[in-house]
Design a binder for this molecule. Structure first.
Ligand code: ZN
Length: 178
C-alpha cells in the first residue's frame, strides 16, 4: 500500500487539507464528507505553487460549496430510524396479519421505489430512505411487499388486501410523498 501524505494547512486564512498521493495524475479540489473540509489532492512532487494555482482558480466556488454543504448538514432529518431494529420489532406482527412469511429482508439504496418483493424467492428489499420517514411508512411498505406474496400485481384485489391489513395505508402514502 503506497503512502498517502495528509497535512492541515491554512490557505487564505481558511483551514484546508492537502493530500499527496503517489498514483495520482491530476490536482483535485473537493469538499470532504462528512467533515465539510476543503481538500486539495495532488500527486507527489507537485510544487506548492502549482496546487496553489489550481486552488486559486476554484477558491470562491469551493468556499461557496463548503458553505452550502455545511448548511445542508444542519438540516437534520426529522426521523433517523434504526431500520434493522424496527423491522425486527414489526415483522412478526406484519407476517401474522398477512399470513405470509418473507424468506429474508434486506435494506438497499433504492432510487425510485420504497420496496420490492421477489415473489419467487420471498425476498423483500426495503429502501434505506425509509429511515427518514414517519415510522408508519416502514410498516406500510413492509405490508405492501408481503401482500405481493399473495397477489403478484397491483390489482384491485392487491389494494384491497393492503387496505385491510394496513388501515393507515393512505396516511403512510401521504408521509412517503412528503
Ligand atoms: Zn408493489
Amino acid at each position: 500500500m503506497a503512502h498517502i501524505q495528509e497535512k492541515q494547512i491554512v490557505y487564505r486564512g481558511e483551514k484546508i487539507k492537502l493530500v499527496r498521493r503517489p498514483h495520482m495524475k491530476n490536482i483535485r479540489v473537493r469538499i470532504s464528507r462528512p467533515e465539510g473540509e476543503i481538500v486539495v489532492s495532488c500527486p507527489y512532487g507537485v510544487p506548492n505553487s502549482q496546487w496553489q494555482w489550481a486552488l486559486e482558480g476554484v477558491w470562491p466556488k469551493m468556499l461557496q460549496a463548503r458553505q452550502q454543504y455545511l448548511a445542508g448538514q444542519q438540516k437534520q432529518p426529522k426521523y433517523n430510524l434504526d431500520l434493522v431494529a424496527e423491522v425486527q420489532k414489526i415483522l412478526p406482527r406484519c407476517q401474522e396479519i398477512t399470513g405470509v412469511q418473507a424468506s429474508s429482508i434486506h435494506f438497499r439504496r433504492m432510487y425510485s421505489r420504497w420496496g420490492s418483493c421477489n415473489t419467487r424467492t420471498g425476498r423483500i428489499n426495503l429502501s434505506l430512505n425509509l429511515a427518514h420517514k414517519h415510522p408508519m411508512c416502514l410498516e406500510y411498505v413492509l405490508i405492501h411487499e408481503l401482500v405481493h406474496l399473495l397477489e403478484r400485481n397491483h390489482t384491485p384485489r392487491f389494494h384491497g388486501l393492503v387496505a385491510k391489513f394496513c388501515p393507515f395505508a393512505q396516511e403512510a402514502e401521504r408521509h412517503l410523498r412528503e
